[in-house]
Ligand binder design. Structure first.
Ligand code: ZN
Ligand code: ZN
Ligand code: ZN
Length: 347
């Protein structure tokens, strides 16, 4: 008899069963997609700006090549000719403190607090279906710049301890609107997955005097899980992937967050995002997915934490076992995921 493999995450105390006996080809997991189509009432489409709150950040076309002009909106005023908008979420999970005392009044005994922070939506393009897999590189450059601008602004607020930037694609992955958008939640504590990654990478650093992610960039390039590589980034399916077709994008230059990304690195990141998201779309019939950045904001993490993007395709359902144990079953080994993504990848 052949055993399934048990694999542990590089950093987290999290196990996955790589179920080769039940192994499926990734294409078997792809679903018939119900076309959502465009709705005249899409609140994120141009012309409907008044259906949304005033933007905290708007990119406007500038006469110069590729450049944008930045502005915001107040009261009833809305820009019309925009290329990207960032607006407060109409139904925020976290909202700014109404008075200074509220920001102080959180987590006093570590069991209770006000959900103080920010919850924003980045409308990535005026074109409804300009998701990263179809977008022009220039648009993705703007998107990454917007991530960077908002991270810079939100991370300086005294009540913000962590900023989660993420994207939900497809209603099965939690996207309630089909217009291309990302979300940002600035929150008053560091969430568990992040603090666990930080603690484990700190321990690794103390033991080896090296950053674990820098070592991963080096090691995973030489495995079957490696997907692609360029001047500034490495992409691979992680050893203990808990999602079928999961992949991570790691920058080669060590940095705890992307506030110091150069113009050149942003361009290459945009190209990397476009190539990999399009490969995923082509490999499994435009699957629903979530992606999220992992980064660190506090100075002390400088040496041992290394930002990255994790992409989680949604091709299976977590059920009783996963939900009650935090142990996962993945029927697509990461080595197979990598091979499938490489097949559909092109420049
Ligand atoms: Zn729209
Ligand atoms: Zn590093
Ligand atoms: Zn991570």
């Amino acid at each position: 008899m052949i055993y399934n493999e048990l694999r542990r995450d590089y950093l987290l105390e999290r196990w996955v069963v790589i179920a080769t006996e039940r192994a499926r080809r990734p294409t078997d997991l792809s679903k018939q997609r119900v076309e959502q189509g465009k709705f005249a009432s899409c609140p994120l489409c141009p012309g409907n700006e008044n259906m949304t709150p005033p933007a905290v950040l708007v990119y406007l076309p500038n006469s110069g090549e590729g450049n944008v002009k930045k502005d915001s909106e107040q009261n009833d005023f809305r820009h019309k000719n925009w290329v990207l908008r960032c607006i407060p979420n109409l139904f925020p999970a976290f909202s700014p403190p109404r008075q200074e005392a509220d920001a102080d009044h959180i987590m006093k005994d570590n069991t209770y607090g006000y959900a103080v922070g920010h919850h924003e939506v980045i409308i990535e393009s005026p074109n409804h279906a300009d998701h990263p897999a179809n977008a022009k590189t220039q648009q993705l450059i703007q998107l990454i710049n917007a991530y960077k601008d908002r991270l810079a602004e939100l991370s300086t607020k005294p009540y913000v301890k962590y900023v989660q930037i993420f994207r939900n694609h497809g209603s099965d992955a939690g996207a309630s609107l089909s217009h291309a958008h990302s979300q940002i939640i600035a929150m008053p504590f560091t969430p568990k997955i992040l603090s666990d990654e930080m603690t484990a990478s700190k321990t690794y650093y103390e033991r080896h005097k090296r950053c674990v992610f820098c070592d991963l960039v080096d090691q995973e390039t030489r495995t079957l899980r490696h997907i692609m590589d360029n001047e500034h980034f490495t992409v691979f399916s992680p050893y203990a992937s808990i999602h079928p077709m999961e992949f991570w994008v790691l920058p080669k230059r060590h940095s705890p967050n992307f506030l110091d990304l150069t113009e050149g690195e942003i361009r290459v990141f945009a190209e990397t995002l476009k190539i990999t998201m399009r490969a995923l779309k082509d490999a499994v019939n435009d699957p629903p997915y979530n992606y999220g950045f992992h980064l660190a904001l506090n100075r002390e993490t400088q040496e041992y934490y290394h930002w990255h993007l994790e992409v989680y395709p949604k091709l299976t359902m977590w059920a009783g076992f996963e939900k009650s144990t935090g142990v996962y079953i993945n029927t697509v080994p990461p080595e197979v995921a990598s091979a499938e993504l490489k097949k559909t990848m092109h420049n």
